[in-house]
Design a protein around this ligand. Structure first.
Ligand code: FAD
Ligand code: SF4
Ligand code: SF4
Length: 391
């Protein structure tokens, strides 16, 4: 790891504090606005044709994926939406031609990135055309859960909340009349809090991106005002160098205590992820077949889990046809419908949670696929090493 302190010659492995010189971005940004500034710089300087960002829709619980081609519109996409539980990976394949004919810069959470990498392995996304900024992610809260939790645990009308954030282990809201924070542990023990797949996630700093950005490790006078940037690729180093040299971003070397703190927080989050894995998988292991067959018997065969899974490529129309194992039109479907699905996707399940999130009958599909994937990883890791990213 190198520590970068002067503007030129940023290289892979460097870490910096960075903040924007654009007043409009600074006002709306989550931290130092480095992410939005880098995206704007890439678009303005024709490094990319478009930016894929996530923007606030009708309220703070509504995260909308947005394709931006006018650099002036980028400031509108600044800020983090922790109740934005969407996944960008399959959108790149489905709606942006897999970035095969255009260059796209985008912000991703760890799960978005793992999905992108899985789709790229299947030659359906061209990674060379992507400029990827990963954001550290401690987890997301589903919009429905957020509203319920804010009403029942915070005693606040969710429609009066204008900002939410997850900081120092707390879920914090700002609303008309004040602000309130409750520890995530307390919320989760009471059955509220982050999505269950996020609790189990072990990919907190997305180091397979070109740049990994977050707020962990920013302390002292820069706390809340700078973005912590870890340079993860040569492409990322070049991008950050060019933006710094152009003067759109200011940078300085991180505070060494901040670095220590960042490592500690990441370690603590990983431990918490392990705790949830143990808890969720142990509960399932008592009677896996009983639990899975009981829950999947609620299936109404809407195909949403197939349509939205980033590692599933079987066209829904194909799945709907008669096969040797599954009769078309049968509801609930024969258990082979789900067994076949688990068999072909679980070895690359990235625990993004989309199948579970979008299942209309609330089957814990992500838990089942993730448990199978984790068990396979445990078998193969001693022989072939740990996977590049640990989902
Ligand atoms: P900005 O300039 O404000 O840009 C933010 C970017 O994030 C924009 O491009 C926007 O489109 C994008 N974005 C907003 N919401 C989403 C979403 N739901 N999914 C994908 N992209 C989105 N940092 C930590 O250090 N620790 C954490 O625990 C942590 N948890 C996070 C959880 C979530 C769900 C998100 C989205 C971010 C999290 N971050 C975390 C990152 C942090 O909040 C900032 O995004 C980061 O520090 C960059 O700050 P900035 O001011 O440079 O970003
Ligand atoms: Fe995501 Fe579910 Fe597919 Fe796993 S099976 S990658 S959790 S959608
Ligand atoms: Fe069945 Fe749920 Fe999948 Fe729809 S999303 S096919 S109801 S398991």
């Amino acid at each position: 790891m190198g520590l970068f302190s002067s503007k030129p010659d940023i290289k892979k492995g460097d870490m910096v504090y960075a903040w924007t010189s654009d007043a409009e971005i600074a006002k709306k940004a989550e931290c130092g606005g480095a992410v939005t500034t880098l995206l704007k710089y890439a678009l303005e300087n024709k490094m990319v044709d478009a930016v894929l960002a996530v923007q606030r829709g009708t309220d703070i619980y509504d995260a909308v994926p947005t394709l931006i081609t006018d650099p002036k519109k980028l400031a509108g996409s600044a800020g983090s939406l922790h109740c934005g539980t969407l996944l960008l990976s399959k959108m790149i394949k489905k709606y942006l031609g897999g970035a095969k004919n255009q260059k796209i810069a985008l912000t991703v959470k760890g799960c978005d990135l793992m999905g992108i990498l899985e789709i790229a392995k299947r030659n359906e996304i061209n990674l060379a055309n992507l400029f990827i900024i990963g954001v550290n992610c401690g987890g997301t809260v589903s919009p429905i859960m957020a509203r319920k939790m804010i009403t029942e645990k915070f005693g606040v009308d969710p429609d009066t909340v204008h900002k939410e954030e997850i900081d120092k282990g707390q879920f914090i809201i700002e609303y008309e009349g004040g602000h309130k924070g409750i520890s995530i542990d307390e919320l989760e023990e009471a059955g509220y809090g982050r999505r269950s797949n996020c609790r189990r996630c072990l990919y907190k700093v997305p180091r397979q991106a070109d740049l990994a950005c977050g707020n962990w490790g920013v302390i002292g006078d820069k706390a809340g005002k700078a973005t912590f940037v870890e340079v993860c690729s040569d492409k990322g180093a070049d991008w950050l160098s060019r933006a710094a040299k152009a003067g759109v971003l200011a940078t300085e070397a991180p505070n060494p205590k901040g670095l220590e703190m960042r490592q500690k927080v990441e370690g603590a989050m990983l431990k918490l992820g392990e705790k949830w894995r143990k808890r969720d998988f142990a509960a399932l292991s008592k009677d896996p077949w009983g639990v899975i067959s009981k829950e999947t018997s609620r299936c109404i065969k809407c195909y949403s889990c197939i349509e939205n899974c980033p590692v599933c490529f079987k066209p829904v129309e194909e799945m709907a046809k008669k096969s040797y194992m599954v009769e078309p039109g049968q509801v609930p479907p024969n258990p082979m419908f789900h067994m076949r699905r688990f068999a072909h996707i679980s070895d690359s399940c990235v625990n993004c949670g989309q199948c579970e999130e979008l299942c209309p009958v609330e089957i814990r599909l992500a838990l089942f696929s993730h448990a199978i994937r984790a068990e396979q990883d445990a078998v193969f890791a001693p022989k072939f090493g740990k996977p590049a990213y640990s989902n």
